[in-house]
Design a binder for this molecule. Structure first.
Ligand code: ADP
Length: 240
């Protein structure tokens, strides 16, 4: 087996008295699409925030590419997070938005533009460089947010309910897009959702969470057809 890209070892987290993660251990393989699936309040976002460096766990360690990143701040770890509201800068062009992170890294203008064009092409928006965010549809804006994250070339892309703001039809369409983009770039994606269908459509590896613990994990077909626990069986059978 290849070395894990991400190795979460015995992570627990409390907010005050509230234990939200209870001894989580999880390995993420390079190039994989992992879905963290579970009901609201099960701890998915907290785990993603720990991976992104926004929360330091009360206990346990997170290794990325073999390095202990447990307390490394977001800007200094090889992860990028795409949030649900994808917050593009409205006054900047699409190209400016995508190149923004590179500008913060001190990359020169010509290189920034070239890399932003490349990232936009990857998400199927090669012609949107000079547009403003308000000229794009919701799905297109989401793809700009993806391009903006991918242009940094993170080792791991973290997605927090990335399709949550879209209507159901667009959501299903964007699922196929997301999977295709992930396979094209080969970056490991870790994606939080409470939508079982989304998990089935996207995951190489599906992690079912409940009450701060991992109930079940494996290929989505296995988790769906041969769930390891009663919770997993019940939850996988519910539809959104
Ligand atoms: P999920 O993403 O699965 O909905 P979360 O990780 O957002 O779950 O939340 C898990 C639990 O932690 C919930 O009970 C939530 O209310 C609580 N929680 C999340 N963030 C905070 C916070 N910053 N302060 C206190 N409690 C929090």
């Amino acid at each position: 087996m290849s070395a894990p890209l991400v190795d979460i070892r015995n992570v627990s987290h409390r907010f005050g008295q509230l234990a939200v993660l209870k001894d989580i251990s999880l390995r993420i393989e390079p190039g994989s699409y992992t879905i963290l699936l579970g009901p609201s309040g099960s701890g998915k976002t907290t785990l993603l925030s720990i991976l992104g460096g926004f929360v330091t766990p009360s206990e346990g360690k997170v290794f990325i590419r073999g390095a202990d990143c447990t307390s490394t701040p977001p800007a200094r770890r090889p992860t990028t997070t795409v949030f649900q509201d994808y917050a593009l800068f409205p006054h900047m062009s699409v190209g400016g938005n995508v190149g923004f992170g590179l500008r913060m890294q001190g990359v020169d203008g010509a290189t920034r533009a070239a890399r932003a064009r490349e990232a936009l092409a990857l998400v199927g928006l090669g012609s949107a460089f000079d547009k403003k965010p308000h000229q794009l549809s919701g799905g297109q804006r989401q793809r700009v947010a993806l391009a903006r994250a991918l242009v940094i070339e993170p080792a791991v892309l973290l997605l927090d309910e990335p399709l949550g703001a879209l209507d159901l039809k667009l959501r299903r369409q964007m699922q196929d897009e997301l999977k295709a983009i992930q396979k094209r770039v080969g970056t490991a994606f870790i994606h939080v959702t409470h939508d079982q269908e989304e998990a089935m459509a996207l995951a190489d590896h599906c992690v079912v969470m409940n009450d701060g613990r991992i109930e079940d994990e494996g290929p989505p077909e296995r988790v769906y057809h041969r769930p390891a626990t009663r919770f997993s069986a019940t939850f996988m059978g519910e539809s959104t």
